[in-house]
Design a protein around this ligand. Structure first.
Ligand SMILES: C[S@@+](CC[C@H](N)C(=O)[O-])C[C@H]1O[C@@H](n2cnc3c(N)ncnc32)[C@H](O)[C@@H]1O
Length: 624
């Protein structure tokens, strides 16, 4: 009997109505016995399956995967299976009761649920099911690898029962709806599939390398030098035959033809390509590549609206994330209407659905590169996309016409054992979080910036005229401007002039609106000394109102100092919160700097005005 079938039978015997396992909510409790003698990770997983139909409200609490609970316990003599069951029950209860416990060696975070009692019963039943499965030896010795089948939403895991141990034990829980689950790719820290990728690439024409995929401190998996690498050395040499572009051959040629007939642009075409190839499993030539991709790419695409609202309220990145999520949904809906629904045999909804599109867009956002020497073509470059980003290097991937491969040139030397980095571009911390799901350490990113939002005042007598002009030049009533630690753009000052200028300056409105929208031919700064102080004060007010939003969030979140280099170990909630804290701290730091500069300018201005007034009064007294 398969694991799924045995779980199903167990659930039925418990009177739970498991109408369809495909629709089941799958809860996997994995007990990871750490500190193994061989230094290898082995997992003792418990599969707890429960039908979604028996859960009402809490389904959404579990969906979107990613509930991870990590537990560390002192050495114990109890057999692991006993502990597993005990913890399964405990974790299940914790989930119901939203327990949040963070202690030195113990971390347990519970998910939110509305229907607590019902869910609690369910979790008990799940734990019971798990116990039955285990104790009746329905779970034989397995290895923790995933064997993919042709069916979307189905995967079988091979488990290894570890020997009894008296070491620290870690336990993680992840929960997701089976029909939301992406069966492709792997856990981001898994090296097994990465090694298979490396072997396949070498057999397929990738020349010998000076780097290998390894577990790393920054970025979980990365390319690590195993030979000395000089500064200025070209690396990689990935041949174009191993690169995925919009021109790549489809394993299912009809699918490619339909998309091309419908003039589908590069991004949605590549997203569909990836899903199409992934669904063909071993029959696709990219099977080894796809198996090594993360099953859930880190990106704001995977944050729910509630998470964005809760953690990123202070940051403008929240709006960008919402816009991006809506774009992905819009693109998918458009494709579904125009293309997929007309060819359901080629694009079945079971495969080409919003969940798979979220996955493929997540992969594109975090791995796609633009190749300047290939007419700016966008491409997925297997192997090269195992390189992580560092703010300290300025080297990018490109096609090298001489060697006819994708390369990058190092801008620093590397010694064996060191991780090799490239740059993902001159991006702010917010942009890195948006596309790649990480935030560099505070102060590490010289390209960091924060978006400051300025708005015309509704009480302004000239509000309508100013708004019309802004619209004329492609701007709107609220405009965001990037502030860097080194300063702000000329457009911001022009906008501030427009916002504070009185009706007597009406004839200047147009040039202010054009400059605020970056639609002037001259790049000279506008200057209106008569309203400069007011304009600076206007920017300072906006800056301080933004700072107070960051303060509110950061104070409420407390000082979190959790290590996020291994996010799988952490509960999703803590992980997202830590990312948000890192982002907000770095953005607020830039605003503090702007606040300092603005205050100083205003103070100097006001001191100058005061001195001028004193001199003027002095002269007046003299002549009186
Ligand atoms: C192009 S992939 C790099 C390979 C990736 N580490 C992997 O194992 O598949 C980009 C992803 O790597 C991770 N990453 C890259 N640079 C990072 C950094 N400086 N800090 C943390 N994570 C990073 C992020 O998860 C990002 O979405």
């Amino acid at each position: 009997m398969t694991l799924a079938a045995s779980c199903d039978a167990t659930l039925r015997s418990r009177g739970l109505n498991s109408a369809s396992l495909e629709k089941a909510l799958v809860v996997v409790v994995m007990v990871d016995v750490a500190s193994q003698p061989q230094g290898q990770d082995q997992l003792l997983p418990f599969y707890l399956l429960t039908p979604a139909s028996t859960i009402t409200t809490p389904t959404s609490a579990f969906s979107k995967a990613a509930l991870t609970i990590s537990l560390s316990r002192p050495p114990t003599t109890a057999p692991p299976e006993f502990l597993c069951l005990k913890w399964a029950l405990k974790l299940a209860n914790d989930i119901c009761f939203e327990v949040l416990q963070v202690e030195k060696n113990y971390l347990a975070i519970a998910n939110v649920s509305a229907d607590k009692v019902r869910l609690c019963c369910l979790c008990r039943a799940m734990a019971e099911a798990s116990r039955l499965i285990y104790s009746t030896s329905l779970v034989p010795c397995y290895r923790p690898t995933i064997q993919r089948t042709h069916h979307v939403g189905t995967h079988h895991r091979h488990l290894t029962v570890p020997p009894r141990r008296h070491h620290q034990i870690q336990c993680s829980v992840s929960a997701m709806e089976a029909n939301n689950m992406i069966p492709w790719g792997c856990e981001i820290d898994s090296l097994e599939n990465a090694s298979a990728l490396q072997r396949w690439l070498s057999q397929s024409g990738l020349p010998p390398q000076k780097m290998a995929i390894q577990r790393v401190d920054v970025g979980e998996r990365g390319l690590v030098a195993f030979k000395n690498i000089r500064k200025g050395e070209k690396l990689l040499f990935v041949p174009p035959s191993l690169v995925i572009t919009a021109d790549s051959e489809w394993s299912c040629p009809e699918a490619g033809e339909v998309l091309k007939r419908n003039s589908v642009p590069d991004w949605p075409l590549l997203a569909t390509y990836l899903i199409s190839e992934a669904s063909l499993m071993e029959s696709s030539r990219w099977s080894n590549y796809i198996s090594a991709l993360p099953r859930q790419p880190y990106s704001l695409l995977y944050w729910t609206q509630a998470e964005l609202d809760r953690y990123l309220e202070a940051s403008q990145i929240r709006e960008r994330a919402i816009e991006r999520i809506n774009n992905v949904i819009g693109t998918y809906n458009d494709l579904r209407l125009r293309v997929f629904s007309k060819h359901p045999d080629i694009f079945p909804e079971k495969v080409f659905n919003i969940e798979s599109f979220k996955w493929s867009f997540g992969i594109l956002f975090s791995r796609l590169v633009r190749l300047p020497s290939m007419d700016e073509k966008v491409a997925l470059v297997p192997w090269a996309d195992m390189l992580n980003h560092s703010c300290d290097v300025e080297t990018f991937l490109d096609y090298d016409k001489t060697s006819k491969g994708i390369v990058f040139t190092t801008d620093r030397p590397y010694q064996p054992g060191e991780q090799v980095f490239i740059s993902y571009g001159k991006k702010s911390n917010g942009e890195l979080l948006l596309s790649y799901g990480f935030v560099p350490k505070e102060g590490a990113n010289p390209r960091d910036s924060v978006e400051l939002s300025l708005s015309l005042k509704k009480s302004d007598a000239c509000y309508t005229d100013k708004l019309e002009l802004l619209k004329k030049y492609g701007s709107s009533v609220s405009q965001c401007f990037p502030i860097q630690i080194t300063g702000w753009p000329l457009e911001l000052m022009a906008y501030a002039y427009l916002a504070v200028s009185p009706s007597s300056m009406r004839e200047k409105f147009e040039e202010m609106a054009a400059a605020a929208s970056n639609k002037t031919t001259s790049n000279k700064a506008l200057k209106y000394p008569e309203i400069e102080e007011e304009a600076l004060q206007f920017i300072l007010d906006s800056c301080e109102s933004s700072i107070s939003k960051y303060n509110k969030f950061l104070q409420a979140s407390g000082s979190l100092d959790l290590d996020v280099t291994s996010p799988k170990q952490l509960n999703r909630r803590l992980f997202l919160k830590q990312l948000a804290v890192d982002l907000c701290t770095s953005e607020r730091r830039i605003l503090f700097r702007a606040q300092y500069i603005l205050r100083r300018k205003l103070r100097d201005m006001r001191a100058g005005e005061l001195r001028a007034l004193q001199i003027f009064n002095g002269f007046r007294n003299l002549f009186q």
